[in-house]
Ligand binder design. Structure first.
Ligand code: NDP
Length: 340
């Protein structure tokens, strides 16, 4: 089978591509420029023709994916901005929503063989962080961030702009499928991961350039970190190892019952302190540097106001999770090899 993966050079997407290749698929990965594809060609060399690159300069352009969807059986759309740089909410919303719609429009027009489209959404499209502890399910939608952006415009927090972009993009995908139900031969599945941590495969020369989620964890483990014990023990929401959410994309394409479903894919709650406790218990530590201690055990006292019910992904996708211990060990081994 042939699968199109958009934004193939991202932190998560490189693992998604690897997961498909490891499971026998042929992958066409899109990147925005030739230069962004060079590293991918190198790391997936062993797969020969089974890995192909395609350049899509502007994912929001009309017909951007028209040619690419012609001979694929499935699509995994991961490309979407996850950074905190900018002012205008459209920095996030335009590519998130119109990139998603562009993929779906091309699939409608030319995706004769396409059977399923998996869109990488996020728990950002699920949660509404309030004061009271809440366990979120796939029934929940983050309307609050959309409201905040509508009211405050560029003065909304950048995190809210990002969350609004993910919510609007996922909603646009479901609406598109509903509006074109009688014309399409494929169905839709969305994946809603919380914070994604884990080792890195994508091109990166220095840790300061890590993607948003991995950088947070890296920063917290620096000896120079200025995070207070309170900040370290603050509830972080959910997390998932990048390799597990990558494999979830394969499962989401293969499992019939995933049709028309969204899936929260969370391994559990976390605090930085929990990860620092694990870091100090790794013996020998893969890192050749100190890691802050914080207050050992304080993360266990955290009241997690954001919890996720991930039982649907467990039941339908049979998704299994890497432990925090294994994930951090592998991440540190990766960092150590890079001299970080
Ligand atoms: P990265 O920043 O590592 O990757 C983002 C990818 O999207 C890159 O390929 C990037 O291309 C592409 N992209 C970003 N902005 C645009 C744009 N304006 N036009 C075209 N392509 C764009 O992020 P992640 O790997 O962390 O995120 C991947 C997906 O996973 C996103 O959809 C994100 O919302 C979702 N997600 C991530 C979580 C996390 O904790 N990391 C949690 C939940 C969901 P380029 O390199 O050219 O900019």
């Amino acid at each position: 089978d042939r699968v199109l993966v958009t934004g193939a050079n991202g932190f998560l997407a490189v693992w998604v591509v690897k997961s498909f290749l490891d499971n026998g698929y042929t992958v066409i990965g899109t990147v925005r420029s030739e230069a962004k594809g060079a590293h991918l060609k190198k790391i997936f060399k062993e797969f020969g023709d089974k890995f192909q690159l395609a350049i899509v300069k502007d994912i929001t352009a009309d017909g951007a994916f028209d040619e690419l969807v012609k001979d694929v059986d499935a699509i995994a759309h991961t490309a979407s901005p996850f950074h905190m740089e900018g002012e205008d909410p459209q920095v996030w919303i335009h590519p998130a929503v119109n990139g998603t719609l562009s993929v779906l429009k091309s699939a409608l027009k030319n995706g004769k063989n396409v059977k399923r489209v998996v869109v990488t959404s996020s728990c950002a499209a699920v949660l509404t962080a309030g004061a009271e502890p809440q366990t979120y399910t796939e029934e929940d939608w983050n309307q609050a961030s959309i409201d905040e952006v509508e009211t405050k415009g560029k003065d909304a927090s950048n995190m809210s702009k990002y969350c609004a972009s993910k919510t609007l993009a996922e909603r646009a995908a479901w609406d598109f499928v509903k509006d074109h139900k009688s014309e399409i031969s494929w169905d839709l599945t969305t994946l809603n991961p919380p914070y994604i941590f884990g080792p890195v495969l994508h091109e990166i020369s220095k840790p300061e350039d890590l993607n948003t989620s991995a950088k947070l964890m890296w920063q917290a483990t620096l000896p120079t970190s200025t995070m207070s014990p309170k900040e370290l023990a603050a509830p972080g929401g959910g997390w998932v190892d990048v390799r597990d959410i990558a494999f979830a994309h394969v499962l989401a394409l293969e499992i019939e019952a995933a049709s028309g479903q969204r899936f929260i894919t969370s391994a559990g709650e976390w605090t930085y302190q929990d990860f620092l406790d694990i870091a100090s218990s790794l013996s020998p530590s893969p890192l050749k540097r100190d890691v802050p201690k914080g207050v050992t055990g304080a993360g266990k006292e955290a009241t997690h106001i954001i919890k996720y019910d991930a039982s649907k992904a467990a039941k339908v996708l049979n998704l299994k999770y890497t432990s925090a211990e294994q994930s951090l060990k592998d991440t540190f081994e990766d960092y150590a090899q890079r001299g970080w």
